[in-house]
Write a protein that binds this ligand. Structure first.
Ligand SMILES: Cc1cc2nc3c(=O)[nH]c(=O)nc-3n(C[C@H](O)[C@H](O)[C@H](O)COP(=O)(O)OP(=O)(O)OC[C@H]3O[C@@H](n4cnc5c(N)ncnc54)[C@H](O)[C@@H]3O)c2cc1C
Ligand SMILES: *[C@@H]1O[C@H](CO)[C@@H](O)[C@H](O)[C@H]1NC(C)=O
Ligand SMILES: *[C@@H]1O[C@H](CO)[C@@H](O)[C@H](O)[C@H]1NC(C)=O
Ligand SMILES: *[C@@H]1O[C@H](CO)[C@@H](O)[C@H](O)[C@H]1NC(C)=O
Ligand SMILES: *[C@@H]1O[C@H](CO)[C@@H](O)[C@H](O)[C@H]1NC(C)=O
Ligand SMILES: *[C@@H]1O[C@H](CO)[C@@H](O)[C@H](O)[C@H]1NC(C)=O
Length: 497
């Protein structure tokens, strides 16, 4: 199976290379460093995080050092009608940083890693930085910003599509910190997108940046770093009925007037026996460390006894390391990898899942899930509730479409040994799960999907990812990238004339 796949990839690469003029591409790239098929470091340069996409073959991977070189690379690619994509941290779930399919010209941002923190607390973050770099430099200045938990994830993709972490209820999504961006457009021109310059572009970048240009730097607001934080994990082993009650208790807890400095999620995995699930309540509180148990009591008073409890008080950086499962912020060392398929559901505050739908879902998780040989987990991430800053942003203020969300669910299944090949039942396990959820809810249920948990098999992705913003995004796409240079499987389509 693996050799068949790589043979196919090689054949289609050969077809691509024949159709393109590689010598011309090399000439047009000038002094922009680039790696081509056949070069010793090509396999490493084209390595996806998700090994399900192993063998995907870019025409070249370029390493610009400044905005002018980014422009040179874009023009060299567009001249030959190549698909041009940026790569930030390379953690796209479907290898969109490699174009998502063969033949892309990849513009890798890893040589652009500057971060500056200004007197007023604003920061300029070049998009080659990983979240670990961002935490390290902001922290040196007593600052912090909201973002996800994995230090290896890149600021390029993460901040384009949202960026959720346990500080998001008090500070918003990573994307919400952006007040302007330095962008290189499809015609190679470097521009600023801000409230006063190219304001339509700034609107589009905050939720859909990769379709509109290559961002070289984000200009973001930052926050005073909290003195302390406590990370907690309470683990439960539950029947289907108890699990349904627990999600209901979690929803009541979310609406109980929690401090915004609290964030948490429920992570569901295989139970101790068939008919059960394990649920971990994981989160952090960023104020009043002593108050963690009191805050949690609004949940713990209404659910069964946990099988284990952990409380980890420490500094803010300690909480970042703990949640990231790492012992340092050093992101230069080799990263992990996985072979997986993911789906997401954005659950509206106005219409949480009914008990009927929750029961159908947990029946499936506790039975089919128990029997499955896949390594899977399901997350219910708290986005909403009273005072959540995520939902205080007006729905139409940015391209990001989901400003009245209660939860974002991440549904994640890896191959049994985390290595290729990814089995067919890995797709059906999650596809069937989502069918069970949606078919148990009213047919007009207004759920969505989250672009940082991007998937390639979603049929109505335009609607689920971008909702009512899709048409406006198409209009802006036509203005800034009429020839669809920045194309990938879930990019905004140029409207047909
Ligand atoms: C282990 C792990 C943990 C995660 N945890 C969280 C989490 O806690 N919260 C959360 O919200 N998400 C999380 N994610 C999802 C993560 O936010 C996305 O995968 C994110 O898009 C990855 O960004 P990247 O730059 O690393 O990826 P890349 O693959 O480099 O890029 C992703 C997309 O953005 C585009 N892009 C990258 N850089 C630029 C740029 N400079 N200009 C324009 N377009 C660009 C790429 O072309 C591609 O389409 C996690 C992912 C992983 C693998
Ligand atoms: C929280 O919001 C919900 C829904 O808007 C509302 O019914 C409830 O009274 C609020 N609770 C608190 C404690 O503010
Ligand atoms: C919180 O509760 C747990 C479990 O009851 C207990 O072990 C821990 O000491 C408590 N922590 C604080 C700070 O009160
Ligand atoms: C709180 O954080 C400071 C540093 O920010 C650290 O020195 C201290 O030990 C932390 N307190 C606790 C209880 O962990
Ligand atoms: C994936 O990660 C494992 C464990 O870190 C490592 O041994 C392996 O070489 C990696 N594979 C690839 C293709 O990067
Ligand atoms: C590039 O495109 C932008 C946006 O459409 C436009 O403002 C600019 O003038 C163009 N630059 C060149 C050199 O054509």
């Amino acid at each position: 199976m693996r050799s068949f796949l790589s043979l196919t990839a090689l054949t289609s690469l050969a077809l691509h290379v024949l159709a393109q003029d590689v010598d011309q591409l090399k000439a047009d790239l000038g002094d922009v460093q680039a790696v081509f098929p056949g070069d010793g470091d090509y396999t490493t340069a084209a390595q996806p995080f998700n090994l399900r996409f192993t063998g995907i073959a870019p025409i070249a991977v370029t390493y610009p050092t400044d905005a002018a070189q980014v422009g040179t690379a874009i023009l060299a690619g567009s001249k030959q009608n190549l698909q041009v994509v940026a790569r930030g941290g390379g953690h796209s779930y479907i290898a969109n940083g490699l174009g998502g399919k063969d033949g892309a010209l990849v513009v890798d941002m890893s040589k652009m890693k500057d971060i500056q923190v200004n007197e007023d607390g604003s920061a300029t973050i070049q998009t080659g930085n990983r979240l670990g770099d961002v935490v390290r430099v902001l922290s040196e200045n007593g600052r912090a910003m909201p973002h996800g938990t994995c230090p290896f994830v890149g600021a390029g993709g993460h901040m384009s599509f949202g960026g959720y972490g346990f500080t998001s209820r008090q500070w918003g999504l990573a994307m919400d910190t952006i007040y302007s961006a330095d962008v290189v457009l499809a015609n190679g021109t470097a521009v600023t997108a801000s409230e006063t310059e190219n304001a339509d572009l700034l609107w589009a970048l905050k939720g859909a940046a990769p379709s509109f240009g290559i961002v070289t730097a984000w200009h973001s607001h930052t926050f005073e770093q909290p003195q302390n934080a406590t990370v907690f994990t309470d683990t439960y082993d539950l029947t289907v009925e108890e699990a349904v009650s627990m999600v209901d208790a979690f929803t009541a807890f979310t609406f109980s007037g929690l401090p915004p400095s609290f964030g948490s999620e429920l992570t569901i995995t295989k139970g101790s026996e068939k008919g059960k699930v394990t649920i971990a309540h994981v989160g952090a509180i960023y104020a009043n460390v002593e108050s963690v148990n009191e805050t949690l009591s609004g949940f713990t008073d209404n659910v069964p006894e946990p099988v284990s409890i952990s409380r980890s008080p420490g500094s803010y950086v300690d909480s970042v390391l703990n949640l990231g499962g790492v012992d340092s912020l050093d992101v230069s060392k080799p990263d992990s990898n996985d072979t997986f398929y993911t789906k997401s559901l954005v659950i509206p505050e106005a219409e949480p899942m009914t008990d009927e739908a929750l029961t159908a879902w947990f029946d499936y998780n506790a039975n089919e899930g128990f029997d499955s040989d896949l390594q899977w987990f399901l997350q219910i991430q708290m986005y909403g509730g009273n005072g959540s800053v995520i939902n205080q942003v007006d729905t139409d203020a940015t391209a990001y479409a989901h400003r009245s969300s209660l939860y974002t669910y991440q549904l994640y299944a890896s191959s049994p040994n985390l290595l290729p090949p990814f089995p067919d039942n890995g797709y059906t396990f999650l596809d069937d799960m989502v069918d069970i959820i949606t078919s148990s809810m009213p047919s007009d249920w207004e759920y969505g999907a989250y672009l940082n948990y991007v998937e390639e098999r979603l049929e109505n992705w335009q609607d689920l990812y971008y909702d009512s913003h899709y048409q406006k995004l198409q209009t802006i796409k036509a203005a800034y990238d009429p020839n669809n240079v920045f194309y990938f499987p879930t990019s905004i389509e140029v409207p047909s004339a």
